[in-house]
Design a binder for this molecule. Sequence first.
Ligand code: SAM
Length: 252
Amino acid sequence: MSSQPANSSAADPVAAKGTLPEQQVQAMFDRIAKRYDLMNTVMTAGLHDEWRVRAADVADVGPGSHVLDVATGTGDLAIELAKRVAPGGSVTGVDFAEEMLAVARTKQTSVLAGVDAEVVFEQGNALDLKYDDDMFDAVTVGFGVRNFSDLAAGLTEMARVVRPGGKFVILEISQPQKPPLSYFYKAWFDGLVPFIGKFAGEDSAYTYLPNSVKRFARPSELAGVLADAGTTNVRWIALAGGIVTIHHGTVV
Ligand SMILES: C[S@@+](CC[C@H](N)C(=O)[O-])C[C@H]1O[C@@H](n2cnc3c(N)ncnc32)[C@H](O)[C@@H]1O
């Protein structure tokens, strides 16, 4: 375990590498939970909601479906899915950061009033899910896999709990490769995001964010890991010129 204090500064060498031990990832999200949604809106100019709508489209679920949203955080993707599985379906949102889940539960009460779907937010680790094999019709994860301490183990565990033929959907930040968007992205992610983070009193978390994207698997590599985890027909869709990517596959 690193001896870095939980709210260490942008000079934090671990955050600067874009990898953090699991306990530090959990502590970081617990710390930023109350500011997380606002920061997302500011950093993406409000586009993040639309990206989750697209991910939910790809999950291809309908009334009566049972879905697991892993690394659910403040629950926005789970809530989007809940609207689609009603009536009669369910969405389980799992995350290891209890403070993020507390925000999700608050939204559940306000946003999902009158939606006839069972929605539960519960604490758990993506790498060791407590659910039975083949329990869900689909599994989703939004902006979470980049933080897994073991990507292959996490995806394999997620595939395990989905029935054969069910959908596996990953929404994740990626790096546009072509100019001019690649230049804009670099200025935005390397300059603006840490600046906004500093302004919000969270320079460590928002230094970690761009660096974790840089060291993360490219779309073709992630597709390979997803296939190896037990899915077939793996495809990916680049959104916003490649700033985010949706990977999807069918569980075998
Ligand atoms: C960037 S947030 C994404 C939250 C949400 N899915 C969204 O779309 O905004 C990443 C979330 O992943 C969670 N997380 C990271 N690794 C995890 C793991 N191994 N098990 C459970 N949750 C994890 C964090 O606690 C955090 O809430």
